[in-house]
Design a protein around this ligand. Structure first.
Ligand code: HEM
Length: 221
């Protein structure tokens, strides 16, 4: 066990954990987005989806715990790598990916990540807490209406949009960086991975962002 801990604690190990947790989070975002897009089918569809998910609560709880651990590992390692990079830069020794000419997307990973983290806390407080612990909401099953009401708040919706722009930034660099970490950077295929990552990043950010925009302006009517 000691060797595993040592390996994961090395610079390469930490990058590997970053890439692995990052890819898990990317997959989670796809599922979460599909779930959220059912809002466009109206209250009946969305409320039924949430009600059905409530019916498999034990499984959802297990997934939530695993997801929570993945987030913790990702954030913990991201902050450690950022600190190490800062120290290395101070001593003139730089770690791969931290060069001065690294693009804006890679240089702002800690900033975009930190704002996504703040967004996550607020997001969980707004939706996860009320969907799970608000008894009135759980009895009425009016989840769709709760989402519409949250997005009627211009401050909440604006911050949501801002966070989605930063998510686009984070994913734009993160997607291709994870492939590079796994060593899948063959010169023939890498340009395709980069393009695919860009479409995934901005497509995901845009689709998530479209929901507060729609509900703010149309109020779900
Ligand atoms: C849904 C949320 C998130 C997704 C999908 C995601 C995805 C990714 C991916 C795929 C990478 C690339 C890993 C690699 O370089 O191999 C990455 C890197 C990074 N992430 Fe995230 N991330 C998310 C949230 C966060 C949060 C909340 C933080 C908080 C600080 C964060 C901090 C970082 C940092 C600092 C890096 C760069 C690490 C480095 O290579 O030096 N991420 N992320």
């Amino acid at each position: 066990m000691g060797w595993l801990f040592k390996a994961l604690n090395s610079s390469i190990g930490k990058k590997f954990v970053m890439a692995l947790t990052g890819v898990c989070l990317i997959l989670f975002l796809v599922i979460h987005l599909i779930n959220n897009l059912t809002l466009y089918f109206g209250p009946e569809t969305f409320n039924t989806v949430v009600k059905n998910l409530d019916g498999i609560k034990p499984l959802i709880r297990v997934i939530e715990v695993i997801l929570g651990l993945i987030f913790i590992l990702h954030i913990f390692n991201g902050v450690r790598l950022w600190i190490e990079n800062k120290i290395a830069r101070g001593t003139g020794y730089t770690i791969k990916g931290s060069s001065k000419n690294a693009d804006i997307f890679s240089r702002t990973m800690i900033l975009s990540g930190s704002i996504i983290f703040i967004f996550l806390v607020i997001h969980l407080r707004t939706f996860w807490m009320s969907f799970n612990f608000d008894h009135t909401l759980k009895e009425s099953h009016r989840y769709y209406e709760a989402v519409v009401s949250a997005f009627q708040d211009p401050v909440y919706s604006s911050f949501y949009l801002f966070a989605m722009i930063l998510l686009g930034f984070h994913l734009n660099h993160g997607f291709q960086s994870a492939f590079q970490t796994f060593g899948w950077n063959h010169k023939k295929y890498f340009p395709f991975i980069e393009k695919f990552g860009m479409v995934y990043a901005w497509g995901t950010a845009l689709l998530f962002a479209s929901i507060p925009i729609y509900f703010y302006f149309y109020g779900g009517k």
